[in-house]
Design a protein around this ligand. Structure first.
Ligand SMILES: [Fe+2]
Length: 497
């Protein structure tokens, strides 16, 4: 069963699934449901023709269907949808109804059970069409029975297991097609929900015991009700925990976005710069194939990496001339101050705070505040450092114009394995080659953006002249050389912050 602490990816899927359940089906999904539903009806019709249903006792069938409807309301949420405890009633239903009637009865029961939500306005009526697709699981055992030419009451253990396998196969095929078309979900991602089949198996055993006595005493189906009540309690508890988790993380994200706005209001250049770094860092993270939690942390740490600058006195931030050594020390505290701010928010923002603290560490150990080196530095911080530097070099600053593409490229390469993780530099340069590099080859090298501001973030190896220096136009080779010296810590005024 999915853990009580779903990971980031699962949390996003849960939230997405909840949102979708309240919305109308988009045309693409409606078409998908129409195809899956038509296939269901065609298969049932074929089964009917091949093995026309005979007579059956009404009372057991009606009681089983009533319990089935109740069970279908006991929903355990899964990342891609939900699972229900219907197996308690579905197995007896297989014993109560002729084969071809079972899938039709299941589809009708699922539709009727969903109807109150539609009447109450909690779900659009259009979503009732999904009941057909949700009934595919019931086709599997009926096909197995038809192939065996027998009825469930005469089925041995092997056939019963085969029926269950048929049920899983039909459900997996229908769900996989649906989730792939509607949400692009891979089979591997969906198989993480395979635990639901273990639950179904356990409930099938109980359903089988009930089914054995069904025709002697139809009321035996009601024996499933106490267990259903217990499962309903657990399902509600699980839904509440998932809701709390989603709400909490929504609050964290909202707080982070507000902080991002605060940074922008405090310093327009830094705000715009941070947003640009987010996009580039997310591209690098995606190219590296890192997991959802790392992607989330990179996104927020990139947005908030300079949030600590809010705590730096404005007379230092806005000082027109060069900064002295003491002022640089104050500036450098923005890493630790940023972490303190994010720690106060709590939750996953504490992880983001750790990354923010390290965004001025250097691969060779010459950075601050902790002098971490190599892989001691969180990978998220290494990604942000490289992207931050690239963006800073490629945008106009108050004291110089943006470096040309080829110059910035050379700067990154020169500082690979010194300031930056060489593996990340390779990925970053591969990415920018596809965008900025392609543009630079089509035309003469030129700046990609224009931003301005005094005394703003200068974390790039190519930050060159530093704060308060006159604007170079265009950037000269001397500035580049100076900036490399700065990257080595040789020039205090050009040192990155
Ligand atoms: Fe910074």
């Amino acid at each position: 069963m999915v853990s009580s602490q779903p990971n980031v990816e699962e949390q996003q899927l849960f939230a997405d699934t909840r949102r979708r359940a309240e919305e109308r089906l988009p045309a693409r999904e409606l078409l998908c449901e129409a195809v899956i539903g038509s296939g269901f009806l065609a298969t049932v019709a074929l089964l009917w023709v091949l093995d026309p249903p005979g007579s059956f006792a009404v009372a057991p069938a009606v009681i089983c269907l009533a319990v089935f409807m109740l069970a279908s309301r006991v929903r355990f949420e899964t990342p891609f949808g939900f699972t229900v405890a219907t197996q308690l009633a579905f197995v007896p239903l297989l014993f109560a109804l002729p084969g071809p009637l079972v899938p039709l009865a299941v589809a009708a029961a699922l539709t009727l059970a969903r109807l109150p939500q539609v009447v109450n306005g909690e779900a659009p009526a259009q979503r009732l069409v999904r009941s057909l697709g949700n009934s595919w699981f019931s086709v599997g055992p009926v096909i197995v029975l038809a192939a065996a030419g027998t009825t469930p009451i005469h089925a041995g253990p092997a056939l019963l297991v085969a029926m269950f396998a048929g049920q899983i196969a039909a459900d997996v095929i229908a769900s996989t097609i649906r989730n792939f078309i509607e949400r692009g979900a891979s089979l591997a991602a969906q198989l993480r929900d395979a635990w639901v089949y273990a639950i179904d198996f356990a409930l099938s055993v109980i359903g089988l015991v009930i089914a054995e006595d069904l025709h002697r005493s139809p009321i035996v189906s009601l024996a499933a009700l106490p267990l259903l009540a217990l499962l309903a309690f657990f399902a509600r508890d699980r839904a509440q925990r998932i809701e709390s988790l989603i709400e909490l993380n929504t609050a964290y994200r909202g707080t982070a976005l507000v902080l991002g706005d605060v940074i922008e209001a405090d310093d327009g250049y830094t705000g715009e710069h941070c947003k640009s770094v987010v996009l580039l860092a997310m591209d690098v993270t995606a190219r590296l194939g890192l997991d959802a939690e790392t992607r989330r942390n990179v996104e927020f740490a990139a947005l908030l990496h300079d949030v600590g600058k809010i705590a730096i006195p404005k007379e230092i931030i806005n000082k027109p001339g060069k900064l002295n050594a003491d002022e640089w020390k104050v500036i450098e505290t923005h890493t630790v101050e940023g972490q303190k701010m994010l720690n106060r928010i709590g939750g996953f923002m504490q992880c983001v705070g750790t990354i923010v603290r390290s965004h001025h560490e250097r691969w060779d150990g010459g950075g601050y505040p902790d002098g971490l080196a190599g892989e001691q530095i969180p990978i998220e911080a290494r990604i942000i450092t490289a992207c931050d530097s690239w963006n800073a070099m490629r945008t106009d600053r108050a004291y110089r114009t943006a470096l040309p593409y080829e110059t910035a490229l050379a700067e990154m390469q020169a500082n690979s394995n010194r300031q930056f993780d060489p593996k990340l530099v390779a990925v970053l340069l591969e990415l920018v080659d596809e965008t900025e590099g392609a543009a630079a080859r089509l035309s003469q090298p030129e700046p990609v953006a224009t931003q301005s501001g005094a005394h703003t973030e200068t974390s790039a190896a190519g930050e060159g002249a530093g704060w308060g220096a006159p604007r170079a136009n265009p950037t000269s080779v001397a500035v580049i050389v100076e900036s490399i010296g700065a990257a080595d810590g040789g020039n205090r005024d050009a040192r990155s912050v």
